[in-house]
Design a protein around this ligand. Structure first.
Ligand SMILES: *Cc1c(COP(=O)(O)O)cnc(C)c1O
Length: 395
């Protein structure tokens, strides 16, 4: 077999992540590699932390990128905050809540599950019932934006309830950061993690995290060592901490952090609120097109995530065949269903740089072409004008 340089095609990424990466970010990642202890690099690290504080809307000093994907940010939160024997209430309404349970148990904690139907938001009443029934709980964990279903939960209310019963909170904001309102300090979130490849539209592989004073205090007062050497924040902070001596902990992914710096800078240039509004507007345009075609959303309107649109696959349509044709004929990627929703839904992402009118038009046109070619029961000839009407005149 002859192996040559790998040259991927240019795709349009409208799945659950990674999303389209802006050319500015791709250019940033190819800049010259310098040492991870180089004073110039250390200066850039400080800027990344500041920009992350803006994105998370927090003054938390312990705000930094973990050198690994979103799942590692998740593990960092659980490994540091859960001690053996700790009871943790985990709200699950999709795939990622299930991973939280795994994390709690692997840290030696006891997970109390609060289950909601997939495609709905976490029910605050069920959380409060669980908090009342388990007064010895230490933590509450939930997913703000469930990428597996497209449902958004009311993070502010859930955090408020956790605090009322003296619990700290761990929030998964992998898909919400940069795409939908998220206010770490105002809502009082104690520990939060995210990812770079969803609404930040950066290359995958980095996980921003942030911990407030209460979370830091719990970490400082642990009776046992954090079981993961790599994720032990007491050690990581020797490298990332403000005023730290910048001693060697691990080799930071230097170029990937150039990319994150650029992505966060672009978010600040656009303005957080403008980014949130853009995601919402574009969701409404996509929705108009998909519904005109006859497709229906699985999440009740009030709980829908603008950046992740889960729609039912029409009766008798072959899920993988449609996604394969979109990829091969239109260079367009949309997401399959996960877990209980596999084969039942498509997940169409409008995340970060992918959340643009031209992508909506491509997606709706391509989906209509493929579905009508396969003889699916959809309305044709109306979806594009529904999108255009919703988008309005473009200046
Ligand atoms: C994508 C995602 C993750 C995992 O992130 P990776 O970067 O794939 O490890 C965790 N939680 C949610 C809600 C996600 O959407």
């Amino acid at each position: 077999m002859e192996i040559r340089s790998f040259n991927p095609p240019v795709r349009t990424l409208m799945g659950p992540g990674p999303s389209d990466v802006h050319p500015r970010i791709l250019e940033a990642i190819s800049r010259p590699t310098i040492g991870h202890l180089d004073p110039l690099f250390v200066g850039m690290m400080e800027e990344v932390k500041k920009l992350l504080q803006y994105a998370f809307q927090t003054d938390n000093t312990l705000t930094m990128p973990v050198s690994a994907p979103g799942s590692a940010g998740m593990e960092t939160c659980f490994a540091n905050l859960v001690e053996p024997g700790d009871k943790v209430i985990v709200c699950q309404n999709g795939v990622f809540g299930g991973r939280m349970k795994e994390n709690v148990e692997r840290c030696g904690g006891v997970a109390v599950m609060v289950e909601d139907e997939w495609g709905t938001a976490v029910d605050p009443q069920k959380l409060e019932d669980a908090l009342k029934a388990n007064p010895d709980s230490k933590l509450v964990a939930f997913v703000h934006a469930e990428t597996s279903t497209g449902a958004q939960s009311d993070a502010k209310t859930l955090v408020g309830l956790a605090h009322k019963y003296n619990c700290l909170t761990i929030v998964d904001a992998v898909t919400s950061l940069g795409g939908t309102p998220l206010k770490v300090d105002v809502w009082g979130i104690d520990a939060i993690y995210s990812g770079t490849q969803k609404c930040l539209s950066c290359t995958p592989g980095i996980s921003p995290v942030s911990f407030n004073e209460h979370a830091q205090e719990k970490i400082r007062n642990r009776k046992t060592k954090v079981q993961s050497w790599f994720m032990d924040l007491n050690l990581v902070m020797g490298y990332w901490g403000s005023g730290a001596k910048r001693s060697y902990h691990h080799t930071a992914p230097v170029n990937a952090l150039y990319a994150l710096h650029e992505a966060l800078l672009m978010l600040r240039e656009e303005g957080l609120e403008n980014a949130w509004n853009r995601h919402l507007r574009n969701h409404q345009a996509l929705k108009a097109g998909l519904e005109a075609m006859g497709l229906s959303f699985i999440v009740p309107e009030a709980d829908r995530l603008p950046q992740l649109n889960a729609v039912s696959i029409p009766q008798g349509v072959d899920d993988a065949l449609v996604r394969g044709r979109l990829l091969n004929e239109y260079n367009l990627e949309i997401g399959a269903g996960l877990g209980a929703l596999a084969g039942k839904v498509w997940r169409i992402g409008l995340m970060g740089h992918a959340s643009r009118p031209e992508n909506i038009l491509l997606c709706v046109a391509a989906l209509e072409a493929v579905l009508s070619d396969l003889g699916a029961d959809i309305r044709t000839g109306v979806a594009l004008s529904a999108v255009q009407k919703e988008l309005g005149p473009r200046s």
